[in-house]
Design a protein around this ligand. Structure first.
Ligand code: SF4
Length: 460
């Protein structure tokens, strides 16, 4: 068998599960399955009978340090083919009562230590489809957020949405209310690909709306594009990127299509109705994306996000990856308080009644500060040793990161995923593509070995 041309599953894996395959094409096959390992660390769920007491303690403890808020609007006009986040069908009459319920949650917490504390750097209105809300409800919501939360003067307020339910009048009203960043899931400009995805707006409508938003000149406008979609090839993806550049947008995220169980896409794929790109092609789509953005002179501020100029800051995304407190609002909203991940109940009736706010609570992983330092660096594509060393020391580990991780980082350099540089390591293009898989492995490696090093150092 010609291993270089064999399907990925037939190529030999490394004997050490965290190591990468050494190959002539690391973009294609450094690991088996880019999305298999999520960078979640080893946080542990809190037993149900302990949740209420711990939640009471957490919300009564003053919040200090970097903080953001997330507001969840759990309604969608349709279930997008690739999406694993769909919760409830949108009904026009559900919007106003839902916003009332979120405003009630904000008002209930207004005097608590956790909500009053440190200024918030960013607020993200996501979902679901926040732009499906009627203009007056959207405005009431943003005004309520500004009234009840201690927003920093330069707080980034992002409104996520879809073009089909938006419009320039609604956008103007959102900016007037205080939104200063709009993030839209375009996924592809290609008409054929859009039709296969079931996108309701046409290419021409999408471009016209984005042009109109940019002409308002009221805040940052960023979009998401996806690669590996059914019917998309590398040429159409490059054309999508050139279209985004031509629009003069402020920011662009590019994501790989993920095979998420239960999504309409995976069901259609299993029935042979749709064929997305093969996994080993995805790295080359990513390389095309990075190349187009580089040619256009856009700045890579993370492994998936580029910006043109300085209006785009992407504060929310960065702070969440770095372990900031995140206050969650809305049914099904996720958050992070004093290192504890949580999710509010997704049940709309229970949420409106305010009776069962917390559906799940996770204790932080023992080395959570180390995980956060690793995630923040890897996300930017530059893993500096100093913040990870500081987090190790704060966690009571007496060894430095380079000593703990040297065998893994050296192997990844041999595999073409990293380069040593002054004070740390930079991801190569292939490393940037495999960042999520590498981050999960690096955290697991550090968890498994940090304690050995403590013991060893203590015995010396
Ligand atoms: S992509 Fe957005 S709008 Fe589409 S189903 Fe998912 S959450 Fe809803």
């Amino acid at each position: 068998m010609n291993l270089a041309r064999a399907p990925l599953r037939d190529r030999p894996a490394s004997p050490e599960p965290h190591f990468a395959r050494i190959s002539a094409d690391p973009l294609a096959d450094a690991f088996s399955g880019r999305m298999g390992a999520h960078a979640r660390g080893s946080a542990q769920p809190v037993p149900a009978d302990e949740v209420a007491a711990l939640w009471g303690q957490l919300t009564a403890t003053p919040r200090k340090g970097p903080s953001v808020a997330y507001v969840h609007i759990p309604f969608c006009e349709n279930h997008c083919l690739f999406c694993g986040f769909y919760q409830n069908p949108w009904r026009r009459e559900a919007g106003a009562p839902y916003v009332d319920a979120v405003l009630a949650q904000l008002a209930r917490g207004a005097e608590t230590a956790v909500q009053r504390g440190h200024p918030l750097r960013a607020v993200y209105l996501g979902g679901g489809t926040p732009t499906a809300l009627a203009t007056q409800d959207l405005v009431r919501l943003v005004e309520g957020l500004r009234r009840h939360l201690p927003l920093a003067p330069d707080c980034e307020i992002t409104l996520e949405g879809r073009i089909v339910s938006f419009g320039l009048e609604k956008a103007r009203a959102a900016f007037d209310a205080g939104v200063n960043r709009i993030s839209l899931g375009v996924q592809s400009f290609d008409e054929r690909v859009r039709r296969r995805l079931g996108r309701k707006s046409t290419r021409a409508e999408t471009i016209r709306f984005l042009d109109g938003l940019m002409a308002l000149d009221r805040g940052a406008v960023v979009i998401d594009l996806i690669y590996g979609l059914p019917g998309q090839d590398r040429a159409t993806f490059r054309a999508d990127l050139r279209q985004a550049v031509a629009l003069g947008l402020d920011g662009l995220d590019i994501y790989s299509l993920k095979a998420i169980p239960g999504t309409p896409l995976l069901i259609a794929q299993d029935k042979g109705k749709l064929t997305p790109a093969a996994p080993e092609e995805l790295g080359h789509f990513y390389a095309d994306g990075a190349d187009e953005m580089d040619r256009a002179g856009w700045e890579a501020i993370s492994t998936t996000h580029w910006r043109r100029g300085t209006r785009e800051r992407s504060i929310y995304n960065h702070e969440v990856k770095a372990g900031a407190h995140c206050l969650g609002f809305g049914a099904g909203a996720g958050g992070n308080l004093h290192g504890h991940g949580y999710r509010l109940t997704p049940d709309l009736d229970a949420y409106r009644a305010g009776t069962a706010p917390v559906a799940g609570l996770m204790r932080p992983a023992p080395l959570a500060p180390v995980h956060n330092a690793i995630k923040a660096g890897m996300e930017r594509g530059r893993l500096e040793a100093a913040p990870v060393d500081a987090a190790l020391a704060a966690s009571g580990i007496a060894a430095c990161f380079d000593r703990i991780a040297a065998p893994l980082l050296t192997q990844w350099q041999q595999a073409g995923l990293m380069k040593a540089r002054e004070g740390g390591h930079a991801l190569t293009l292939a490393g940037r593509f495999w960042q999520v898989a590498m981050t999960a492995r690096l955290m697991a490696w550090t968890d498994a070995r940090a304690t050995d090093f403590t013991t060893e150092e203590t015995q010396q």
